[in-house]
Design a protein around this ligand. Structure first.
Ligand code: WTA
Length: 652
């Protein structure tokens, strides 16, 4: 297939960290020839160690790999304190509120705030090394400050996205056995206040005995319930603390944070990341993939509740000494020019967002970019889901003025940082293609036997060598860790890390991600486990069986489509009522992000005689595709036709 290729802009390439493909190949060859030497050299150069490490990689308990053992460091020191010598007055965080509030924190100011908060966690709440702290926060500087304060004293944070419900929050608090919850009264969204503290109150109303205190940041000043002896005002307490706090020396492998993410089965998993390996790769990818320069202003629009917010709003940019923009609002408020107005105002050099946002802004604000001066932009990033060629082109031409590199970054919560991405100064780009593995990352598309997948054919996207920022385990469930990631794919007879994604490689070695091969749906770049949504729906007393699949959606990438079998036959009016009730349950159990786009009531699901639901058939029906699967093994083959006609009648 002939495909357009976009060469790197020579003007930027000459000063990029990796300037051409020869440099890329040289780095990759170095990694392949001497893997430990490659990583060991970077670790020595990039990290300000308190104590040097003894070994680079310990594989003796694979897949529980250990990196940089013997070394001691502190991630908050790496992200802030070490910069105070050279960058104390440089802007570390530029905050813009939904309501237009602006705040700039220099590295010195950030250091003071982090230290005060760290001292408050220690002195007021007795938090010490290894304790878990859950953060249920909006996109305000205190979210980043609290994360870094945990890192400073060696506490393990677990940020829970503010869109999750009380039930979802409770599950995560209990699983992590958190001692402290940090939250805010609420925040602002589309010009209106919204609340977070009541969700925490509800989460803590049953169970959660582990939680000793709730520390509440004031953001919108709305009235909230106050539980004496449990709730404490962040803004009051922090004022009295000293702005000095010694960094806790941490072992390389000490956990830095947990972040819960969805898998194909069961409850969300607490992905555990390390200190040294994680921060090393967060920093290196900032420099390589975003081609960061000292005076750049970098903006990633993610939320700190997701991995992108962890690695590419907080840890990566600050470790690299960058100026990072934090935005509380949404890209379409007050209009679809909000982001471009901010790019102009802050003279943003790197802009990083999800294809869903690009599609939305393309659709709702096609003429907006022209109204602003976007000439400061050099690198545009996308993440979270495949980007389609039309959105890619609009991003490239209208936002980037046909001069910026587009880095389509492929990675996951579990990988800690980018795995496959173009390099802005080096990689000739094919639109909507993640291109090549980054230097040091051994990514292979393999078939069932572990051989390279033939060119142009779908295979399993695997990372066949351990890498520093990889997931270390699933919190409290090491067996699930091994089974989830090292159970499906083997190479040379040895289990290798399988991402859960399919991919294709072309004759020039370019990698295109084809999407999840498991029961995970990608809604607006957010991972949703079908099992979780199904478990919520099953809580409705009239639901006998349910199967949830992803349905292509023009803006969100995928929407959630539920096939439901009811216990009793209902009238159409009752079915409409039930649809509402079911979505209310989902909202309560998970949050509004998991609401179903479509619910259809069917007489039965296509099950094999052993009772297994044939989801592939259900996926084909939703996509209006011809059913190629063998339906003769079904308990009732006629059910397929019945479901098809129900779905068709809904479409009309
Ligand atoms: C998908 C987000 C195509 C993929 C950082 C992966 C992508 C899941 C891309 C991880 C991309 C992420 N192209 N698909 N550039 N980036 N994905 O854990 O299916 O929230 O497995 O991490 O998003 O989602 P997660």
């Amino acid at each position: 297939m002939l495909q357009e290729i976009y060469q790197p802009n020579p003007h930027y390439a000459s000063t990029a960290a990796i300037k051409n493909m020869d440099e890329y190949h040289a780095l990759m060859n170095k990694a392949k020839e001497d893997y430990e030497g490659f990583w060991g050299d970077y670790a020595k150069e990039k990290i300000d160690w308190f104590k040097p490490f003894d070994t680079v990689l310990n594989e003796s308990e694979a897949p529980f790999y250990k990196w940089f053992e013997g070394g001691q460091l502190n991630v908050a020191h790496q992200c802030i304190d070490r910069h105070l010598l050279t960058r104390k007055n440089k802007a570390a965080i530029i905050f813009e509120g939904d309501n237009g509030d602006q705040q700039v924190l220099t590295y010195r100011e950030l250091a003071y705030e982090v230290n005060r908060t760290a001292n408050m966690f220690k002195n007021q709440f007795g938090i010490t090394k290894g304790d878990r702290v859950v953060l249920y926060m909006p996109m305000i500087p205190e979210a980043a400050i609290s994360m870094l304060a945990c890192a400073k004293i060696g506490a393990i944070h677990s940020v829970v996205f503010g869109g999750f419900s009380a039930e979802a929050l409770r599950d995560r608090i209990i699983d992590a056995e958190a001692k402290l919850v940090v939250t805010s009264d609420g925040a602002y969204r589309k010009g209106n206040p919204y609340m977070l503290k009541p969700v925490v109150d509800e989460a803590l109303s049953k169970g959660c005995e582990c939680v000793q205190a709730v520390c509440v940041v004031e953001r919108n000043g709305e009235e909230i319930h106050w539980e004496p002896g449990r709730d404490y005002a962040y803004n009051e307490l922090v004022k009295n603390e000293s702005p000095k706090c010694a960094a806790e020396p941490m072992e390389s492998e000490d956990p830095l944070f947990l972040l819960y993410t969805s898998g194909s089965t069961g409850k969300p998993k607490g992905v555990q990341h390390s200190s040294a390996g994680y921060i090393l790769w967060a920093q290196m990818t900032m420099e390589w993939v975003f081609d960061l320069k000292e005076n750049d202003t970098y903006w990633c629009t993610a939320d700190v509740g997701w991995i992108t917010g962890h690695t590419y709003i907080v840890y990566g940019p600050l470790a690299a000494g960058a100026t990072t923009v934090m935005f509380e609002g949404v890209p379409t408020f007050p209009d679809a020019g909000r982001c471009w107005r901010m790019v102009e105002e802050y003279q943003v050099n790197q802009f990083y967002t999800a294809p869903t946002a690009i599609r939305l802004l393309h659709k709702t604000g096609q003429d907006e970019p022209k109204k602003y001066d976007l000439s400061s932009l050099r690198v545009l990033g996308t993440v979270g889901e495949p980007i389609d060629p039309a959105a890619w082109k609009w991003y490239y031409e209208e936002i980037g003025g046909s001069k910026c590199a587009i880095v389509d970054t492929y990675w996951q919560t579990e990988t800690g940082g980018h795995m496959i991405s173009p390099l802005p100064g080096a990689t000739p780009i094919k639109p909507a293609c993640a291109t090549f593995a980054l230097p040091g990352i051994i990514a292979e598309v393999i078939d069932e036997e572990g051989n390279p997948a033939p060119i142009g054919e779908k295979g399993f996207m695997c990372i066949t060598k351990p890498w520093p920022s990889m997931i270390r385990t699933i919190w409290g469930d090491p067996e699930r860790f091994v089974k989830s990631y090292f159970g499906d794919c083997k190479k040379d007879g040895k289990p290798v890390y399988f991402t859960g994604d399919g991919a294709m490689i072309d004759e020039e070695g370019y990698i295109t991600i084809t999407g999840r091969t498991d029961d995970v749906i990608n809604v607006s770049g957010h991972r949703m486990g079908t099992a979780e949504v199904e478990a919520a729906i099953k809580k409705h007393s009239n639901v006998a069986a349910v199967a949830v699949v992803g349905k292509p959606h023009p803006i969100k990438g995928e929407g959630i489509f539920a096939y439901i079998v009811l216990k009793s036959e209902e009238s159409l009016a009752e079915e409409i009522e039930l649809t509402k009730e079911i979505n209310n349950i989902i909202k309560k159990e998970i949050g509004a992000i998991a609401l179903c786009d479509d619910i259809v009531f069917v007489p039965d699901l296509p099950k094999t005689r052993s009772g297994k639901i044939m989801r592939r058939i259900l996926r084909s029906i939703v996509k209006n595709e011809e059913i190629t699967q063998d339906t003769s093994t079904l308990e009732d083959p006629s059910i397929v036709g019945k479901i098809e006609s129900i779905v068709k009648s809904c479409r009309l």
